[in-house]
Design a binder for this molecule. Structure first.
Ligand code: ADP
Ligand code: MG
Length: 385
């Protein structure tokens, strides 16, 4: 962490020719359980990870915003008065979109000074660990501080979501920003996506001798847009036929009726969401009452539900999960929206290298590209450093 903080301070000076005034950071996140439940207004259980996006900032007196990133060539520039979603493009739509969204939530953008921002990150981009929420949340806390806006964390999460929905154009839920802003070391964020109420749940991985291994298959989920939209449409159709506002209003007791009323495919989509919500609730209880060794079967069941009922897994994810399970993982599942991306495996610390070797071997045997594997821990949310 100290390296990357030094990087942004140096990058800021090199890019803008002066010293920065402060450094803020926000983490990426991994979703422990609760997939495709957010837009059905159900439950999710992500945690902030020990990979962060860091922003160095210096104020300007001319009402101009300039943003630079370690991984981009150009410096993007716009005057605050001209901020509008249709004027924002490329990677800078994330940070500049946040500035615009703060105005949408009531910040008086006519009265705030301009700023230069320099951004660097250790969150891998596109691996399903939400580098997008990390950059949004880091910029949101930075501007909230220096512009003295006084927004709370829940509001800043909605600011980040609005930026991503309207300035970037990605129809994502509130989970990622909530984890990045509300996370705490060694805790998961239990979020009710209808009320937006959240609470922290102790993970206790280290005490139980466990670690969370990310297995990034490298399979791009960029082609997933159609699949994601189709799943959302199925959920909406199921809710309409079953005459509920959202699938959140159903429990496992409603499934026999759902089976009678829905076609087989829609029924399986609904069953995934309903049982996944229950698994999130069960995971929270298990963590609170028994600790992380008790959640393995729930993670495994979540994967089977996504593979068979929601049909969003791919062979690489199934292989990663099955190989981890066969080689000592407590539990494993694909994580994220599906059609690619990463799997997670909860593994005994001393068994990590065995699982990594086994997964590498299995991928080679199947002719799949080598996956990237690393462990993550639950870290604190966005903050001034
Ligand atoms: P992820 O799963 O990592 O969130 P997304 O496609 O949602 O993937 O977001 C990745 C995009 O966010 C990048 O393509 C880039 O536009 C932007 N982004 C993320 N981190 C940074 C960064 N450090 N600097 C500049 N842009 C970033
Ligand atoms: Mg993202």
């Amino acid at each position: 962490m100290s390296d990357i903080r030094d990087d942004v301070v140096a990058g800021f000076e090199e890019t803008f020719g002066r010293a920065s005034e402060g450094v803020w950071s926000a983490p990426g996140r991994v979703n422990l359980i609760g997939e495709h439940t957010d837009y059905n207004l159900g439950f999710v259980l992500p945690f902030a990870i020990n990979r962060r996006t860091v922003v160095a900032l210096g104020l300007r007196d001319d009402g101009v915003l300039r943003v630079a990133s370690e991984f981009a060539d150009e410096v993007a520039e716009i005057s605050i008065a001209e901020l509008a979603p249709e004027r924002l493009h490329g990677w800078s739509a994330y940070p500049l979109g946040v500035a615009w969204a703060l105005g949408q939530f009531g910040a008086d953008l006519a009265g705030v000074p301009g700023a230069d921002l320099y951004i660097a990150s250790t969150v891998p981009v596109g691996a399903g660990l939400s580098s997008s929420a990390a950059i949004e949340s880091a910029v949101a806390v930075a501007l909230n501080d220096v512009w003295q806006l006084g927004f709370d964390r829940q509001t800043l999460a909605r600011v980040g979501q609005l930026a991503e929905n309207k300035a970037v154009g990605a129809p994502t839920g509130i989970m990622d920003q909530s984890a990045s802003l509300l996370g705490r070391e060694d805790h998961a964020v239990f979020l009710d996506c209808r009320s937006l109420e959240s609470s922290l749940v102790p993970l206790g991985f280290a005490e139980a001798g466990l670690e969370l291994l990310i297995i990034d298959t490298g399979v791009s989920h960029s082609h997933a847009t159609g699949g994601y939209a189709a799943r959302r449409a199925s959920c909406e159709q199921g809710a309409r036929i079953l005459e509920v506002d959202s699938l959140r209003d159903l429990t496992v007791d409603d499934l026999p009726r759902a089976r009678n009323l829905l076609d087989d495919e829609t029924f399986r989509r609904v069953r995934h969401v309903v049982t996944e919500n229950q698994r999130v609730l069960d995971t929270v209880i298990a963590l609170r009452e028994s600790g992380p060794l008790a959640i393995g079967e729930l993670l495994d069941a979540s994967h089977i539900s996504m593979r068979d009922d929601f049909e969003i897994s791919v062979p690489e994810l199934d292989l990663a999960v099955e190989t981890a399970q066969a080689n000592g993982a407590i539990g494993a599942r694909m994580t994220g929206g599906g059609f690619g991306g990463a799997a997670i495996a909860l593994v005994p610390s001393e068994g990590i290298s065995r699982i990594q070797v086994a997964v590498d071997g299995a991928f080679a045997e199947h002719g799949f590209a080598q996956p990237t594997m690393f462990t993550v821990t639950a870290a604190s949310g966005a903050a001034r450093d």
